[in-house]
Design a protein around this ligand. Structure first.
Ligand SMILES: Cc1cc2nc3c(=O)[nH]c(=O)nc-3n(C[C@H](O)[C@H](O)[C@H](O)COP(=O)(O)O)c2cc1C
Length: 337
C-alpha cells in the first residue's frame, strides 16, 4: 500500500509524525522513534521567554546590573530552563540531525517580533528540515483587537519567512474569529503549512487555597472533531500543507483527518500512552483499512471529504447544528417525568 505523502515540500513514506513534545528530548529516543517507523520528528518548542532570559543574563553579565525588565520578569513564574536553553537546543538539534535520517522539524514559540529572527536563522543553519512556529498566546489585552493581534502575528511570520529558507509551518490555535481568512493571510506571509491546532491547557481552581491549578492532561479522540471541521473548511482554500495535531489515537482518527485534507498527522498523547510500538500498529491498521475499502494509496483518500465542493459551508454547518439540537432525545429518567 502506498501511504506516501508530501508535507511542506518534504516527501514522507507515510503521514505519521511525532508532534512537539518531550518524546524527542534525547538522541536515543529520536533513534527509537525512527526505528519504530515514524516519518518525521518535531522537537519540543523553545520559548521566546527562554531566549529573553538568556539575552537578559548576557546583558547583566556585561553591565553588572539587571535591566528594567528584570524586575517585571521577577513576578512571572520561572521558565523551566532545565530542559533546553537556546544553546542546548541548537546542540540537540545538530546531534539529532546527525543521528537519524528522518526529517527533523524544530519548533519555536513566541508572539512578539524581537529576538526570534536571529534564532530562526540559527535553527536553519543547524540543519533543521523545517521550522514550526507555535503561536500559543492568550489574547488577554483588552486594548488589542482581533485584527491587531492577527496583524502582529503576521508580522512575526513575515519576518521569520524573510530570514530563513527552510519550510515554515505555523501551529495555530482554534481561537481565531475568521480562521479561513487568517490561514490564507498566513500563507501570504510565507507559511508553507498549517498545523491544526495547538492545545490550550485549561486552568482549574483549588478552592481551599484559592489558587489556580494548571495541569497537563493527555488528549482523547473526541478532541479531533474541532480539527476535522477546520481541516475540511481550510482544505481546498490553502495552497500549502495541512497537518492535524490533537486527538489522533487510532488509525480511524488518522483516516478521518486525511479524508478532511490532512497531509500529515502529528501524534503525541497516543505515543505517550501507548508507547512507540503504536506507530507500527497504526500503520498496519491504516493499511488494512485502505485495502479493505479498495484504495491503492493514501493520496486517493486525501481531501475527498473536505468542504471545497460545498457551495456554502457556513450554511451547512448551521443546518447541521440545528439538526443536532432538534434530534436530541431526552434521556430516560427525564423523558418519563
Ligand atoms: C508533555 C507535552 C509537551 C508538549 N510540548 C509542546 C511543545 O513544546 N511545543 C508544542 O508546539 N506543542 C507541545 N505539546 C503539544 C503537542 O505537540 C500536541 O499539539 C498536543 O499534545 C495535541 O496532540 P495529541 O492529541 O497527539 O497529544 C506538548 C504536549 C505534551 C503532552
Amino acid at each position: 500500500m502506498d501511504l506516501s505523502t508530501k508535507f511542506v515540500g518534504i516527501n514522507l513514506p507515510h503521514p505519521l509524525l511525532a508532534g512537539a513534545s518531550p518524546l524527542a528530548d534525547s538522541v536515543t529516543r529520536c533513534q527509537a522513534l525512527e526505528a519504530a517507523g515514524i516519518a518525521a520528528i518535531v522537537l519540543r518548542s523553545l520559548f521566546e521567554e527562554q531566549l529573553e532570559a538568556e539575552a537578559m543574563a548576557h546583558h547583566q553579565a556585561e553591565v553588572g546590573h539587571p535591566d528594567s525588565r528584570g524586575e517585571a520578569r521577577s513576578y512571572l513564574p520561572a521558565v523551566d530552563s532545565s530542559v533546553f536553553g537556546p544553546e542546548q537546543y541548537l546542540t540537540h538539534l545538530r546531534a539529532v540531525k546527525k543521528s537519524v535520517r528522518v526529517p527533523v522539524i524544530a519548533s519555536l514559540n513566541g508572539c512578539s517580533h524581537d529576538g526570534w529572527i536571529d534564532y530562526a536563522r540559527a535553527i536553519d543553519a543547524a540543519g533543521a528540515d523545517a521550522l514550526e512556529l507555535n503561536l500559543y498566546a492568550v489574547a488577554a489585552d483588552p486594548g488589542e483587537s482581533g485584527a491587531e493581534l492577527e496583524d502582529r502575528t503576521l508580522r512575526v511570520v513575515h519576518a521569520v519567512r524573510r530570514a530563513v529558507q527552510l519550510p515554515l509551518v505555523i501551529k495555530v490555535s482554534p481561537f481565531y474569529t475568521a480562521l479561513t481568512n487568517f490561514a490564507l493571510r498566513l500563507e501570504e506571509a510565507g507559511a508553507d503549512g498549517i498545523v491544526l491546532f495547538n492545545r490550550f491547557y485549561e486552568p482549574d481552581i483549588d478552592i481551599e487555597a484559592r489558587e489556580p491549578r494548571y495541569h497537563l492532561e493527555l488528549s482523547e479522540s473526541r478532541e479531533l472533531g474541532l480539527r476535522l471541521r477546520w481541516l475540511g473548511l481550510l482544505s481546498g482554500h490553502v495552497r500549502g500543507s495541512l497537518a492535524v495535531s490533537g486527538g489522533v489515537h487510532t488509525a480511524r482518527d488518522a483516516i478521518k483527518a486525511v479524508l478532511c485534507g490532512a497531509a500529515a498527522v502529528q501524534l503525541v498523547s497516543a505515543l505517550l500512552r501507548g508507547g512507540l510500538e503504536r506507530i507500527g500498529g497504526l500503520l498496519a491498521e491504516l493499511t488494512l483499512w485502505l485495502e479493505e475499502n479498495g484504495y491503492h494509496s493514501l493520496q486517493q483518500l486525501r481531501g475527498s471529504m473536505d468542504q471545497s465542493r460545498t457551495p456554502d459551508p457556513g450554511a451547512i454547518e448551521r443546518l447541521q447544528y440545528m439538526h443536532s439540537l432538534e434530534t436530541y432525545r431526552l434521556p430516560g429518567p427525564v423523558a418519563d417525568s
